[in-house]
Design a binder for this molecule. Structure first.
Ligand code: IPE
Ligand code: IPE
Ligand code: MG
Length: 254
């Protein structure tokens, strides 16, 4: 290996095509510094910028970030307001840079619940970057895995009522086609920062075979080296998809 290549840039193989991250620990990061929780969210936005750049540089195809869950409305109203404002200002501040970096932005979730100016900006940002061919950056906002399955079921029922689909036609593949992200590769690597080991209603359907990776690092501290460690852990795992280890090894060597 060339000495000019920093270790953090050494590519891990195979690379995940799609990384999904629960960005957790902003509040604790702030509390550890006797700052208001919202200071942690502001610092967390900087980590988003770092990790988007790192994924773009690594040629990751899709990065899905959990920005606001359907349960986060339960937080104190002032914190929710800061989160929504930060969402809009970050988006406004980053859109030009993202567009120039060839990033395609997508949003998933029931964002009709958001203030109108934020909804308008979401539509604008998606339109502006729609033709970009680099990293697809998916922001999950007012997203919940159960909401996703419910909206898919609702749309399947509409198709049945209109005669476009028969109940007997509803297979996992058909239901999948109605869920969010069905046009993208499924998440291969799920990362959760902040030490908790749970899914918190993230991509329940899509993560059926994602490799799970948990780290104690708080999201505002998360950096390129942490991402590299997660990718290295991913590369070291054998994904069997129900087969035996021997079957997979034989296929790999075929
Ligand atoms: C994640 O950090 C950010 C959002 C949920 C929006 P938290 O705010 O949940 O941070 P902790 O878990 O309280 O430390
Ligand atoms: C999950 O984090 C949601 C986001 C990161 C947006 P939470 O901090 O809300 O999850 P719980 O409540 O600890 O499960
Ligand atoms: Mg949390």
């Amino acid at each position: 290996m060339s000495v000019d290549v920093p270790m953090s840039r050494a590519p891990c193989q195979p690379l995940p095509r799609h990384i999904a991250i629960v960005m957790d620990g902003n509040g604790r990061w702030a509390q550890q510094r006797s700052l208001p929780r919202t200071a942690g969210h502001r610092e967390g936005a900087k980590a988003v910028r770092r990790i988007v750049r790192a994924c773009s540089e690594r040629d990751i195809e899709v990065l899905t970030l959990f920005a606001f869950s359907s349960e986060n409305w339960r937080r104190p109203r002032p914190e929710v307001e800061v989160l929504l404002k930060l969402f809009l200002t970050t988006l406004r501040g980053e859109i030009r840079r993202l567009d120039t970096a060839n990033v395609r932005l997508r949003f998933i979730g029931d964002y009709r619940a958001f203030p109108e100016n934020l909804q308008d900006y979401i539509v604008k940002a998606e339109r502006r970057t729609a033709a970009n061919t680099g990293l697809t950056l998916v922001i999950a906002a007012n997203y919940g895995g159960r909401w996703d399955l419910a909206q898919a079921a609702r749309r399947v029922s509409e198709a049945v009522l209109e005669g476009r689909l028969q109940p007997g036609d509803i297979t996992p593949a058909v239901l999948h086609s109605f869920t969010c992200l069905s046009d993208l590769p499924e998440p291969d690597l799920f990362i959760r920062t902040g030490g908790e080991q749970r899914i918190s209603n993230f991509l329940l359907w899509q993560m059926a075979y994602a490799e799970l990776y948990f780290t104690d690092r708080l999201w505002p501290d998360y950096d390129d080296g942490d991402l590299e460690s997660a990718c290295a852990a991913f590369a070291s795992r054998q994904r069997r998809f129900g087969r035996t280890a021997e079957q997979v090894a034989q296929n790999q060597h075929a």
